[in-house]
Design a protein around this ligand. Structure first.
Ligand SMILES: [Zn+2]
Length: 278
């Protein structure tokens, strides 16, 4: 479903002296010219505040953000893979970690004597955290705590939630992963890795400005009212233009906007799996 509620914004700049539309575009648009739609068209993130309980609904947009983070500072976020000993539980896992965190995750997996690490959450973007926070504020989805957008450990690039954590506390501890958040047993942090919180916000701001150049927001890596308003309107399916790296190509960026499953197919309820809100 494509929601074009943002079209109204485009009209906001018109005044009484504006010529009729037919005259405005005369001579500019040929027969094959694209329709003048904003490239932020799509299902607005805010629509999931009351209709969903899965951050998987904004996974395509979140993958774009992760890819843009990697453009800003290559190596900050690397993909980790499922394997015989690492399983993703649910459809909301965004499998990115800092490089050292990934190395130690793989080391722990190798030291587990064949046990499977059940990952319910890894990297989380500011868009996903926005929804978790709203669900918490609206007392939805069984969420009992949620950090403010920009503040979650899972935006740091060094956090994991492990549903079968009790089987892994010792092995993770021996491989650089701290079981360090009281009252949040599924949560682990790789504290030796850099905390990149804010990079996801900057990445979102860059994506927004790339796709909505007429409505620019500050690219400061800080979460404020402008960024929040943009997140609410951002397309869950991803922007028309994804991550762009100046010096290298990113194979994952070009397909995210169109190749992802529709949001409604990611029907996993975040409350079904032990995924922390912090
Ligand atoms: Zn967690």
């Amino acid at each position: 479903m494509r929601v074009l509620a943002i079209l109204g914004i485009l009209a906001a700049g018109c005044d009484a002296g504006t010529p009729p539309p037919a005259e405005v575009d005369a001579g500019l648009a040929g027969p094959d010219a694209p329709v003048d739609l904003p490239s932020i068209a799509g299902t607005p993130v805010a629509s999931f505040e009351t209709t969903s309980c899965s951050t998987g609904d904004v996974l395509p947009l979140s993958r774009q953000i992760a890819a843009e983070v990697d453009c800003i500072n290559p190596g900050q976020l690397v993909v980790f893979e499922e394997s015989a000993t690492i399983a993703f539980v649910g459809a909301a896992v965004l499998p990115y970690l800092g490089l050292d965190a990934r190395t130690d995750l793989y080391a722990a997996a190798a030291a587990g004597n064949g046990k499977v690490i059940e990952v319910t959450s890894a990297f989380r973007t500011v868009v996903q955290q926005y929804l978790l926070r709203r669900w918490f504020e609206l007392k939805r989805c069984g969420i009992t705590a949620a950090a403010a957008p920009g503040k979650s450990n899972h935006e740091s690039g060094r956090a994991l939630d492990i549903s079968n954590y009790s089987a892994w506390v010792t092995t993770f501890g021996a491989n650089g992963w701290a079981h360090d958040v009281p009252g949040d047993p599924v949560h682990f942090d790789h504290l030796a890795s850099p905390d990149i919180r804010g990079a996801d916000i900057l990445a979102f701001q860059r994506l927004w400005n790339r796709n909505a150049p007429d409505e620019p927001i500050n690219e400061d890596g800080s979460y404020g009212a402008m960024t929040e308003a943009a997140i609410q309107r951002a397309p869950a399916e991803g922007f028309g233009i994804g991550a762009l790296c100046a010096a290298r190509s990113l194979p994952q960026s070009s397909t995210d906007a169109s190749g992802a499953a529709s949001a409604s197919e990611n029907a996993v309820d975040s409350s079904t799996f032990p995924m922390c809100g912090s």
